[in-house]
Design a protein around this ligand. Structure first.
Ligand code: ADP
Length: 407
């Protein structure tokens, strides 16, 4: 029987999970898996600690039409019997929104769940599923200690100015501020910086988390100083299906002159804009890169042009730049995107080693570059596993091992 910490990332159509050894300082997962296609056609996949796919006979059988509420008890039952048995000691959940007061992860209580439910309108695509997953685990394993790990909390170190919109004070007081997201990813990258940069880790760093959702975070002393996402995960960079920063007058025009409903505008902003909208082909960067269509190329170029502009704006918040870190699916794997963004930043002293960039090497800046450019794979799950261990055992060992993390 293996003692383990379960980590859960529940989204609108997928449920990602991982098991970690019960230690304050896990370095690798025992098991990682995903149920994709929830709500349409569920597909289960999982890999063991060595990255080997489980054989079909070892996998979990899922009802194709199952909803999140049904999948969680089935998953927990399957985990309990996995390879000699797993004893789940605690569960950590990714929760997109922690509001303005949570500066770190929090133990789940009924009061916390009520508070997180009130934040659902602020993250309509994610929060409801995050809360539902916590409740489903609580129902299946009553009394299991659970921890909520927030995507917003890493940014609560920002100065007030970086969190303000230029709106009337009453709206600021009512919570309409820039929260920022992708905090678990930034927390992980911040924890790895001393390993890669030594003393420069505490300098001026911009992390570009470029996945299907994309944002950037400017850090100093490995703490968030400013970030590109704001009140919601719609702001900032162009993304797979989201347009990012847009003149708010466009939204008024769509509503008032083109007669769109708020639901239609919401769908446009969250689902049909960004790479998908501009290319008319796909939200997937890898597909666009292999397409000969001029629209695909234009979408990639706009993505990079906008990313370079956002990065320059964030550099102003930290008054210069020592290091750029690329991470997440596009940041880790697209040499083309990294090259186009860095070319746009040559005036800042950024110079790429093109061979290293093509190889997805860790350090992709040339010796002549005055800015270090790194590629570091992110690991949001390991941050959640460490936080869950800390909050359920009270053991405050440095985590992960390669550097102290955000408290
Ligand atoms: P999510 O935000 O859903 O977690 P990911 O971090 O997995 O997203 O990133 C998904 C994006 O990464 C997709 O646009 C995908 O095309 C892109 N990507 C993954 N591998 C490559 C690659 N080899 N070349 C270009 N893009 C890639």
């Amino acid at each position: 029987m293996t003692d383990a910490i379960l980590v859960v990332n529940a989204g609108s159509s997928s449920l990602k999970f991982a098991l970690y050894p019960e230690t304050s300082n896990p370095t690798a997962a025992l098991l990682r898996g995903k149920i994709a296609g929830i709500g349409s056609r569920c597909v289960f996949s999982a890999r063991d600690g060595e990255g080997r796919a489980l054989s079909p006979s070892e996998g979990m059988s899922v009802d194709a039409g199952a909803a999140l509420d049904d999948l969680i008890p089935t998953l927990l039952e399957w985990l309990k019997n996995h390879r000699g048995g797993v004893n789940i000691l605690a569960a950590g959940h990714r929760v997109v929104h922690g509001g303005r007061h949570h500066t770190g992860p929090a133990r789940v209580t009924e009061a916390l769940l009520d508070e997180l439910t009130t934040l659902e309108p602020l993250a309509p695509l994610h929060q409801v599923h995050n809360v539902k997953a916590i409740r489903a685990v609580a129902a299946a394993l009553p009394g299991l200690p659970q921890v909520a790990c927030f995507d917003t909390s890493f940014h609560r170190t920002q100065d007030r100015l970086a969190q303000l919109f230029a709106l009337p004070r009453a709206l600021t007081d009512a919570g309409i501020i820039r929260y920022g997201f992708h905090g678990l990813s930034y927390d992980y990258i911040a924890s790895t910086l001393p390993h890669h940069l030594g003393a420069r880790a505490d300098g001026r760093v911009i992390v570009a988390h470029l996945g299907n959702g994309a944002s950037m975070c400017a850090m100093q002393a490995r703490r968030s100083v400013a970030t590109s996402m704001g009140f919601t995960a719609l702001d900032g960079l162009m993304m797979g299906q989201r347009c990012g920063t847009i003149d708010p007058g466009v939204l008024l025009h769509l509503l008032d002159c083109l007669g769109m409903t708020t639901q239609e505008v919401g769908h446009l902003l969250y689902e049909t804009s960004g790479l998908l909208g501009v290319s008319g082909i796909s939200n997937d960067m890898a597909i666009l890169q292999s397409s000969p269509a001029v629209e695909a190329r234009e979408a990639i170029e706009l993505f990079c042009y906008r990313a370079a502009g956002e990065l320059a704006m964030l550099a102003a918040a930290i008054k210069g730049l020592d290091t750029i870190v690329f991470t997440a699916g596009i940041g880790e794997h697209s040499a083309l995107v990294r090259r186009l963004i860095c070319q746009q930043l040559e005036w800042m002293g950024v110079a790429l080693d093109t061979d290293a960039n093509e190889r997805d090497a860790v350090r992709i800046s040339s010796a002549a570059s005055s800015v270090d450019v790194l590629v570091i794979p992110t690991d949001e799950e390991i941050v959640m596993a460490g936080a869950t261990h800390r909050l359920t055992t009270g053991v405050h060992a440095p985590f992960p091992s390669h550097g102290a993390s955000h408290p």
